[in-house]
Design a protein around this ligand. Structure first.
Ligand SMILES: Nc1ncnc2c1ncn2[C@@H]1O[C@H](COP(=O)(O)OP(=O)(O)O)[C@@H](O)[C@H]1O
Ligand SMILES: [Mg+2]
Length: 282
């Protein structure tokens, strides 16, 4: 196909030889299959902030580290320089997360380059070498569903041990490669230690996967992997090798009012983000 404008500079730089085809255009990016010499790769082109939908909402970007205070002030004020800095921070967050997670042994696409707002990475493929399907495009036998779900719980634990929560994990952001599930799409990844919404996001990520695989293996619908993982993490007991049971006994002690208020605040913030998304979408 004719190379799209946003990929031209990568061709001029010799990072890409040809553009083969466009993969599904996601909510926030356009993704292409490209050739580099003998290699087939994947190029993710981030849409401009104004075309993106929602994930820059405050709860995701809270506590995201910014390199200098001039940048931080400009971002807070929303000047053009500030918006550009925010944009760059958003895009490079995915590259950072990919490197961090690959180092922690999580199966993510291997990042290869980041140039002009384009992420070049490994193309995740199925057994025929074609771009791998997303989980939501595949139907599973109960046993396969259990196996993939267990593999993904291990990945979620590894990520959390590396201090990262995906924040938008679901059947739409997991590809089924020839050798099993691969987690993708990480620009909104959240820092587990420094974000007040970390627990809620972890629970939501895990619940999304339980809900999806539960369609094929219904016992997963009542499993308690999220609360189990979070309780171990909070007590400093979570290890990449931790064997999960899917069971969790809530300890009935005195209620911590501060925790309850935080959940209420979170629900409010989520509603606000939802309204903002609706506003941006119209
Ligand atoms: N490394 C990859 N290998 C193969 N397909 C990919 C890869 N990265 C993304 N895709 C495809 O592109 C789609 C959109 O990418 P994604 O990273 O989820 O961006 P968005 O933010 O637009 O959802 C994915 O659902 C998947 O089908
Ligand atoms: Mg996606």
């Amino acid at each position: 196909m004719k190379a799209p404008q946003r990929l031209r500079s990568l061709i001029e730089e010799g990072l890409i030889d040809t553009v083969v085809r466009q993969l599904m255009s996601g909510k926030e990016a356009m993704v292409y299959v490209v050739r580099c010499g003998a290699e087939t790769r994947c190029a993710k082109v981030y849409k401009e902030a104004t075309q993106r939908s929602f994930r820059q909402a405050v709860d995701y970007t809270e506590n995201r580290k910014v390199k200098n205070t001039r940048q931080a002030r400009a971002m807070a004020k929303g000047t053009r320089f500030g918006r550009e800095a925010q944009e760059a921070a958003w895009q490079s967050a995915e590259v950072d997360a990919l490197y961090r997670l690959a180092a922690a042994g999580v199966r993510v696409p291997r990042p290869l380059n980041f140039h002009d707002g384009v992420l070049l990475m490994e193309l995740v493929t199925d057994a025929h070498g074609d771009a791998a399907p997303r989980l939501n495009d595949v139907a599973f036998m109960p046993e396969q569903a259990r196996t993939h779900h267990a593999a993904l719980m291990t990945e979620v634990v590894r990520m959390l041990c590396a201090g990262v929560i995906h924040g938008d994990l679901s059947e739409f952001n997991v590809l089924l490669a020839a050798d099993g599930p691969v987690i993708i799409d990480l620009p909104q990844a959240v820092d587990a230690a420094g974000n007040n919404h970390a627990q809620r996001m972890l629970l939501r990520d895990v619940a999304n996967l339980g809900g999806f695989f539960g369609r094929f293996a219904p016992e997963l619908l009542s499993a308690q992997f999220g609360p189990e993982i979070w309780a171990l993490y909070e007590r400093g007991l979570l290890q990449p090798e931790t064997v999960l049971t899917g069971r969790f006994e809530a300890r009935l002690g005195p209620v911590n009012v501060a925790d309850v208020l935080r959940v209420v605040d979170d629900a409010r913030a989520e509603e606000k983000a939802r309204l903002l998304r609706l506003q941006l979408a119209t």
